[in-house]
Design a protein around this ligand. Structure first.
Ligand SMILES: NC(=O)c1ccc[n+]([C@@H]2O[C@H](COP(=O)([O-])OP(=O)(O)OC[C@H]3O[C@@H](n4cnc5c(N)ncnc54)[C@H](OP(=O)(O)O)[C@@H]3O)[C@@H](O)[C@H]2O)c1
Length: 495
């Protein structure tokens, strides 16, 4: 159970009328209110351009909370919660609005006892990140004198190393590093947080967590949806920048980093950065046989016609943006030298799921492995989302007089035991930002190392042509993704 947050504050959400605010941020804050985590002196200000009164804004949020909240809506709690919410209309590209916003927030401070503390949430298109931060600076809204001001920046953080470095420079010249929260909501997922405990809290695992005992490690993050209403953003990002640079590399770093010397945030970040820096770049030679990209075409799922990516609203009919990527990654360090990590992510896959599989080396083909060809290697499966849990599969003799062998699974289902108790990522992360705990946020050094790796792929892609579309909706991507693993004597584990 999380402890109640004590610090008074106004959370100002730039992009207060947007999709993320409606689907995730306000439902998360409502859930925190249900669990009595919010201090009495906490106000929420949604900022947008639409002409709405505060009452209309609250009504529109009620609809979203009813649809998306983890806890069912309770009228008595909503009635109290909605009093915290206000709407402020302004155009973020214009300076005057910030001056009025500042005065208005100060008047709210007086009424609500929020003491000048601010959490600015930048839930807007990345092109607005820099202007907003600079406006906050110019209007004295980020001077951190007396009260504190923190900023949460949504992903994507840049679109390559250069733009990310520039953005970081701007933000760090306005906010002190400890007040900058670069969010990657994957890091708020319960199983990601459990990963370190699984690894470093169990002697049986950590001893064999290396290339001597593990044959390969696979990470799958699959979505069933297509591009939905995010065409503009997705066209310029694709699976590489949208998923690999942030979520997948963060997950990989937690799976593969060295044990940190303490649970101190710096110690953990240092190990993640060290691992990310050890990844072999995908330029030239390595690139050729190790990366597959795909784009879904037209098809049908469960009798429903599915438009191809190029036919989606707002997408260029000749678009070469990838909606799928699979790759084989090598890390140049002692623990993992030579052992492949296989990562894949895509849209319009057969299921929405995120998981990690550790495939252990097979026994020598002397006893059972010689006679029973179908025997499976041991697998450790870590399910991240939507099902959360961990399973280990091993071979056992089938009961009876025969000598048959079958693979059995020991299974721990985390979200079966703690039903409805797992807070959503955004609940966890908003609470952490209010408490000034950066552990689950990404440091600049991690982002820099990820872009360094991802840029090596983007550079290589510029040199070659692709033939899209190349996979059918409702499948696990292009057949070349399977061939990538077959070439090395492996195959994907579809859980
Ligand atoms: N949606 C998701 O699931 C998701 C997931 C992960 C990350 N993100 C990131 O979160 C951010 C927001 O995404 P979103 O999906 O919520 O976007 P969205 O639905 O397009 O919302 C954009 C918001 O920005 C506001 N806005 C745009 N230009 C403005 C301006 N000049 N002045 C004032 N307000 C302006 C819009 O307000 P008006 O419409 O009222 O003008 C709206 O509230 C993006 O960086 C995205 O990459 C989103």
């Amino acid at each position: 159970m999380l402890e109640r947050i004590r610090t008074p504050c106004i959370i100002t959400i730039f992009g207060g009328t947007g999709d993320l605010t409606h689907r995730k941020l306000i439902p998360a804050l409502y859930n925190m209110s249900v669990e009595e985590l919010l201090p009495d002196e906490l106000m929420i200000v949604g900022v947008g351009r639409r002409p709405l009164s505060t009452q209309e804004y609250r009504d529109s949020l009620l609809e979203s909370v009813t649809k998306h909240s983890r806890h069912p809506i309770r009228t008595d709690i909503w009635e109290r919660f909605k009093e915290r919410i206000h709407y402020f209309r302004m155009n973020l590209s214009e300076s005057e609005g910030f001056s009025s916003l500042k005065t208005w927030l100060e008047s709210l401070d007086e009424k609500a006892g929020t003491q000048g503390n601010r959490l600015f949430y930048l839930s807007v298109a990345p092109s607005l990140f820099e202007p907003i931060v600079l406006h906050l600076y110019r209007h004295g809204m980020a001077d951190n004198l007396g009260a504190w001001q923190r900023v949460i920046i949504e992903k994507p953080f840049g679109r390559d190393l250069r733009s990310a470095a520039f953005l970081n420079h701007v933000i760090e010249s306005v906010f002190p590093p400890q007040n900058i929260f670069r969010i990657d909501h994957y890091l708020g997922k319960e199983m990601l947080r459990s990963l370190m405990v699984i690894r470093f809290g169990n002697a049986v695992f950590e001893r064999i967590w290396n290339s001597r005992y593990i044959e390969n490690i696979q990470i799958t993050a699959a979505e069933t949806v297509g591009v939905e209403n995010r065409a503009g953003y997705y066209e310029s990002s694709g699976a590489l920048r949208d998923m690999l640079q942030s979520h997948l590399l963060q997950l990989l770093a937690l799976v593969a980093m060295e044990p940190p010397i303490s649970l101190d945030i710096k110690a953990i970040r240092d190990e993640k950065v060290k691992f990310l820096k050890s990844l072999l770049k995908m330029d030239d030679g390595l690139f050729k046989n190790n990366i597959i990209r795909g784009q879904y075409g037209e098809g049908s799922i469960d009798g429903n016609t599915i438009r191809g990516y190029r036919q989606e609203k707002g997408i260029d009919p000749a678009s070469n943006t990838e909606t799928f990527i699979a790759l084989r990654i090598l890390a140049g360090n002692f623990r993992w030298g030579g052992m492949p990590f296989y990562l894949r992510t895509g849209k319009r896959m057969p299921e929405k799921t995120t998981y990690v599989v550790l495939e252990f080396k097979s026994m020598p083909e002397i006893l059972y492995f010689k006679e029973y060809k179908g025997m499976q290697p041991n697998l450790l499966e870590i399910r991240i989302h939507p099902s959360e849990g961990i399973s280990f599969s091993f071979n056992a003799k089938k009961p009876g007089s025969g000598n048959e062998i079958s693979t059995v699974r020991m299974d721990y289902c985390q979200n079966c035991s703690y039903e409805n108790n797992s807070p959503e990522s955004y609940e966890r992360l908003l609470a952490d930002a209010l408490r000034n705990d950066q552990t689950l946020f990404t440091s600049w050094e991690e982002i820099e190392a990820s872009w360094n790796f991802v840029d090596s792929i983007a550079r290589s892609w510029e040199k070659e042509t692709v033939s899209f579309p190349n996979y059918t909706p409702g499948t696990w991507g292009p057949t070349a993704s399977n061939q990538l693993l077959e070439r090395y004597g492996h195959h994907w584990w579809n859980l």
